[in-house]
Design a protein around this ligand. Structure first.
Ligand code: ATP
Ligand code: MG
Length: 799
């Protein structure tokens, strides 16, 4: 070909090179983990630019995470001397769709300033709808409805498109509730996550001119992790690619792990049918992992029946065997991993010192993260949690953001409901109902409704005065944010360069820029609404922390051009890109780790019921279990040189001690690729007497039983975890029967505390709730030991 001799070809094998050079028509790269799919995709983009096939902004490239998008951008930049700067359409499906939707929102009845709901808002909205249609929330929880609606959206079904066969959902009311929910969203000028794609698919299907514009605009389409696209994403891609059919998808059926969220691995298998004459490229050489790691991964995935089957080989060394270790409980597991990380950092076992950046802990369930965070905080080991939108989930951050949202859009009724009496303004449920009724009967938003209530004397006294102040404040902040020095609106799109597209419909939108500094305005808002003062006056132990968080929030705003830009970042991204440069251990879920690689990977919690999850084990058929196994495969194949798998024999799950059995996936690890470790400092004794015998577990034959023999040498009874557990189990059996697990769930409703929760007492310090008896709590304090105290003197130490 006429390709110039740029050095990105040098690092590719012939099959990859073929994938890069076949520019015209559909291309499918179907290959196992670590074979260089993403690398080839990245080079292909560089090649498209280098050969002048497309300008950076004419390339649509979809990645699975924001982190992956950033990495790809950096790599392309390296390959093309900065030409990736103009790649405005490289991102996740959601990030790309929100940009498109801002331009065309009026076609689905939204203003371009629409907000994106978080799950909190979504739940509040669904609850209101359930109440309005007299549905018992206990039998039909809002979360379940959210799941059903989300599933329909993933299939690209609008309420009118939900098939009759599915309409029995939610007591036959599902479809009506879905329709009502969509209507409410429209009234609020809002959409949820699933809408970003659904609306774009709807627009493309109903506005041929809009679709044609983008079909022409995006000359080349590239998709990474194609095996995890859902139907809506698939339709969206197919519509866009229909014209020129220059679409290149890469994926691995063995890594399809989002079936539970509507992903269809069938999309990848259907590619050749959808795009006849597609060029299929297969890659077999793995460049990421050592031989033992690959062997372990292959052993696990081999147990799946439903797979295409691919071979992988490496030219590299066998390297270190996968290490396997059992611990008494999650705390000990976290302690051991913390120590192992520290010794890897110093250099150990004749290995070179490794930076913390090169190590990752990949968990199955996010509740596993806490024991690592607790431990690492204690020993001062720097870590980052990826994918946990923790900071932005905190109460004070959400409250503050609700004020910001109202400054951006006065139609955001959900934000108004959140803050109308926060801080306390003497506006009780009755006042709020009056506002809602007034707003509804006048067909206006809640701010307008509140204004009518105040002016019409419907809400009087202290509450009335406070409401008048609030409405005036909201008007003022909104005005300050939206006023411009020249008073004119620019005919322009949200991000400045977007005006390059001149043949598509454009709309007049507020682009978020104004002549007040949005950081200063944010501070003013928090001061004037009384929220800062509220936490200053609060004498609880967590108040200073909350004030700190609010400061941090305002500081984070400095990285953005506008309040709206910031809010969008929060609703879509929620991770901190800056943080990536620091030398820290990464903690994240297995699902979030797809596509990434680390020299050293820890895979804790390989226990039946946790991994594979209980749900997948309870399910009839193998579908769920096979997906869990693919997840295990994804986990192991993230590792380059070191991979450490661990399990515990007892775990505190939602405040309950449960005895655990090693994961059935451990049995599937080929023995020749695995080294079983014994926790240091343990000797003699055995596991059997601890309530778990190897024979009792049907999955523990083979590998796990030899493991048990080796583990039997470990004297768990002398470990601090066992002693602690013994003192506890005198009050409570170690494993709770199902009924009492339900009892705990009921308790949550009546008491604000739950067993196992971390709490703080001003005199006794931090501790853990052991038992709840009415308003009295039995707490094991870290320093003061066990004490019974009255609930009102206790605050939660969580968050
Ligand atoms: P996954 O399925 O996990 O997403 P992948 O197929 O996308 O994996 P990459 O992440 O692209 O694989 O590549 C894995 C590793 O192998 C990377 O570190 C990459 O730089 C390296 N690599 C890929 N191709 C080659 C090659 N031809 N020569 C040397 N190293 C390569
Ligand atoms: Mg990849």
């Amino acid at each position: 070909t006429a390709a110039p001799h740029v050095d990105y070809f040098a690092g590719l094998n012939p099959a990859q090179r073929q994938a890069v050079e076949t520019l015209d028509g559909p291309v499918l790269m179907l290959a196992g983990a670590g074979t260089g799919k993403t690398k080839a995709l990245t080079c292909r983009i560089a090649h498209l630019m280098a050969t002048g096939r497309a300008r950076p902004d004419e390339i649509l490239a979809v990645t699975f995470t924001n982190k992956a998008a950033r990495e790809m951008k950096n790599r392309i930049s390296g390959l093309t001397q900065g030409a990736s700067e103009g790649m405005r359409w490289l991102g996740t499906f959601h990030a790309i769709c929100v940009k498109l939707l801002r331009r065309h929102s009026e076609l689905v009845g939204l203003k371009s300033s629409f907000t994106i709901l978080d799950t909190d808002d979504q739940m509040r909205l669904l609850k209101q709808l359930l109440r309005a249609s007299d549905i018992d929330e206990k039998r039909w929880p809002p979360r379940m409805l959210a799941g059903i609606i989300d599933g329909w959206k993933n299939k690209a079904w609008t309420p009118a498109q939900v098939p009759v066969a599915e309409s029995s959902a939610f007591d036959d009311k599902g479809v009506d509730l879905y329709a009502a929910y969509q209507q409410r969203l429209k009234d609020l000028n809002a959409c949820d996550f699933g809408d970003l794609l659904l609306h774009m698919v709807t627009i493309f299907q109903t506005h041929a001119d809009v679709l044609a514009t983008y079909q022409r605009w995006f000359k080349y389409i590239l998709v990474d992790e194609y095996q995890d696209t859902n139907v809506a994403q698939y339709l969206w891609l197919r519509l866009l690619a229909q014209g020129h059919k220059n679409i290149c998808c890469v994926g691995d059926d063995d890594q399809s792990i989002y079936g539970w969220r509507g992903a269809e691995v069938g999309n990848i298998l259907r590619f050749e049918k959808d795009f006849p004459g597609a060029h299929v490229v297969r890659l077999e050489q793995n460049y990421r992992s050592t031989g033992h790691i690959l062997g372990a991964a292959a052993g696990v995935i081999d147990a799946n029946k439903d797979r295409l089957g691919k071979t992988l080989f490496t030219d590299g060394e066998d390297g270190e065997k996968v290490r396997l270790i059992g611990h008494w409980d999650g705390e000990e597991e976290a302690r051991w991993i913390g120590e192992d990380i520290e010794s890897m950092q110093r250099g150990t076992r004749g290995l070179d010192a490794m930076p913390l950046n090169s190590m990752a802990i990949l968990v199955r369930a996010s509740h596993q993260m806490r024991s690592f965070e607790d431990r690492f905080l204690t020993i001062g080991l720097p870590y980052r949690v990826i994918g946990g939108p923790r900071f932005y989930e905190r109460m004070e951050i959400r409250d503050a953001m609700a004020y910001f949202r109202l400054a951006v859009s006065q139609d955001d009724d959900l934000a108004f409901e959140r803050i109308v009496n926060t801080p306390k303004r003497g506006l009780g449920d009755k006042a709020v109902q009056t506002i809602q009724m007034t707003a509804r009967s006048n067909g206006v938003n809640l701010i307008e409704g509140a204004r009518l209530c105040v002016n019409g004397g419907l809400i009087k006294g202290r509450g009335g005065n406070a409401l008048r102040d609030l409405v005036q404040g909201l008007d003022r902040w909104h005005g300050q944010l939206h006023c411009r020095s020249n008073g004119a609106t620019r005919r322009e799109l949200l991000d400045d360069e977007d005006s390059v597209i001149d043949d598509g419909p454009t709309v007049e939108v507020f682009d978020g820029a104004s002549n007040v500094n949005h950081v200063e305005l944010a501070e003013v808002i928090l001061d004037e609404c009384g929220y800062t003062a509220h936490w200053k006056n609060e004498k609880t132990p967590e108040a200073p922390g909350r004030l700190e968080n609010l400061k941090e929030l305002v500081k984070a705003l400095e990285n953005f051009d506008s309040l709206q830009g910031f809010l969008e970042h929060i609703s879509l991204i929620m991770d901190n890109a800056k943080d990536e440069e620091d030398d820290k251990v990464t903690i994240m879920t297995l699902h979030g780790a797809k596509g990434l690689e680390f020299p050293s990977v820890y895979l804790p919690g390989w226990e039946d019921g946790l991994f594979p999850s209980q749900r997948s084990m309870d399910e009839s058929g193998l579908k769920g279990l096979e997906e869990e196994r693919r997840l295990a495969y994804v986990g192991i194949t993230r590792a380059e040189k070191h991979c450490t798998i661990s399990f515990t024999s007892s775990r505190l799950v939602y405040g309950q001690w449960q005895s655990q059995m090693p994961s059935r996936f451990i049995d599937e690890l080929p023995e020749e690729n695995v080294e079983v470790l014994t926790p240091p400092g343990l000797h003699g004794g055995g596991f059997g007497a601890a309530g778990m015998s190897a024979q009792a577990n049907p999955a523990s034959e083979g590998m796990a039983s030899t493991l048990h023999e080796k583990m039997a040498k470990a004297d768990v009874y002398n470990s601090p975890g066992w002693r602690r557990l013994q003192s506890r189990s005198q009050q409570r059996p170690m494993t709770q029967p199902k009924e009492s697990r339900n009892a705990v769930i009921d308790l949550k409703a009546t008491s604000s505390f739950t067993t196992g929760e971390r709490v703080f007492h001003h005199k006794f310090g931090y501790g853990e709730v052991m038992e709840i008896e009415g308003d009295k709590l039995l707490i094991e304090f870290d320093k003061a030991g066990e004490k019974k105290v009255v609930a009102k003197f206790i605050v939660s130490a969580d968050s």
